[in-house]
Structures are given as structure tokens and as C-alpha cells.
Design a protein around this ligand. Sequence first.
Ligand SMILES: Cc1cc2nc3c(=O)[nH]c(=O)nc-3n(C[C@H](O)[C@H](O)[C@H](O)COP(=O)(O)O)c2cc1C
Length: 176
Amino acid sequence: MELYEGLLTRRSIRKYNPDKSLSKEEILELIRAASYAPSAHNKQPWHFLVVQDKEALRTMRLIQPWTTFAKDAAAVVLVCVDKEETFHREKEGWDYAEIDGALAAQNLLLACHAKGLGACFCGAAPMPLVVANLQKKFNIPENIIPIAIVVIGYPEEEPKVPDDRLKPDKVHWEKF
Ligand SMILES: Cc1cc2nc3c(=O)[nH]c(=O)nc-3n(C[C@H](O)[C@H](O)[C@H](O)COP(=O)(O)O)c2cc1C
């Protein structure tokens, strides 16, 4: 699939064939693409936690209520960022964790689309309770922050093509 076409045709997919699975190699291929995302100062501060256990997929909604469709997924990948590794300025109180994580997650979504899989970005950080509960359930250390719950499966829906999302009145040239 041509990249520009892929950018325009990717949609969030929330209905999957519950009987189809993904191999470890297939998942690693997807994560390879995620790992080529840009990151501040090229820190590549990511960790990816793969969930394929059926019970864990089914109960993901107890941690993040808008992930009910994960029950039929072939995998969920928690895209996480190491707070200590991501480019940050402690004294100034900021870091790039969420941005680095979101960019890797977007690459993961696009890799899924390129391979004919369906995927949906579901939020984790900055929701403190979701972050804490994911860390607890999956033994994630405190400094590793789950940014996205990326739900992946074999698509069983084809969402309609949205209207053109380019809003020329929201594009500002030289000055706002
Ligand atoms: C930060 C963020 C959090 C999201 N959280 C959820 C979620 O919890 N559950 C869900 O079904 N979709 C979630 N989405 C997906 C959006 O609903 C979706 O991207 C949006 O409706 C546009 O549709 P599209 O992805 O098909 O273009 C999230 C997207 C982003 C960027």
C-alpha cells in the first residue's frame, strides 16, 4: 500500500474475527515499524507489552472502559515510555513521554493497516487511574508509563470513508 493512501484510509477498527490469531513474528514486525517512529533526541524510550491472553483481553475494559472490543482482538500492545529515558527537563517539570509514545503508537496503527489488520488507539496516559491499574496488572515498573492501549485484530467491519478532513479555514498561512 502506498504510504499517502494508507494515511488517508486508516480507520479505527473495533470489530474483529475472534478466531484468528497473530504469531510472535507477526507482532514483532508490527513493533519494528513502531520503533522507527521519531522520538525526542532519538531516545527511543519505548517498551511494548504484548497481551494475547484471552482473559486479559476480555477484562481490559475493567481498567479502561472504552476497550470492550479488545475481547475479540488477536493482541493488545501497550505502548509504554520510560520516564527516565525519554528526553526531559526535571527542573522545568516537563518530558516528552506522551509525545514519544503517541508517535510510536501511530506507527503501529499504520503498520497494522499496511498488513491488512485492524487496530484502534485507546488512551492510557494521562489518565492516572488507568496508568496505575495497567502497571499493577501487568507488573509494569513505576517509571514505565503506558501511553496507549493499541488493540489489534483481523477486521470484521469496514467503517465508512469520512468526509474530507482537510479544513482549509483551520489552516493558517504566515499568521493565525
Ligand atoms: C488519545 C486517543 C485516545 C483514544 N481512546 C479511545 C478509546 O479509549 N476507545 C476507542 O474506541 N477509541 C479511542 N480512540 C480512537 C478515536 O476515537 C478515533 O481515532 C477517532 O474517532 C477518529 O477515528 P479514526 O481513527 O477512524 O480516524 C482514541 C484516540 C486517541 C488519539
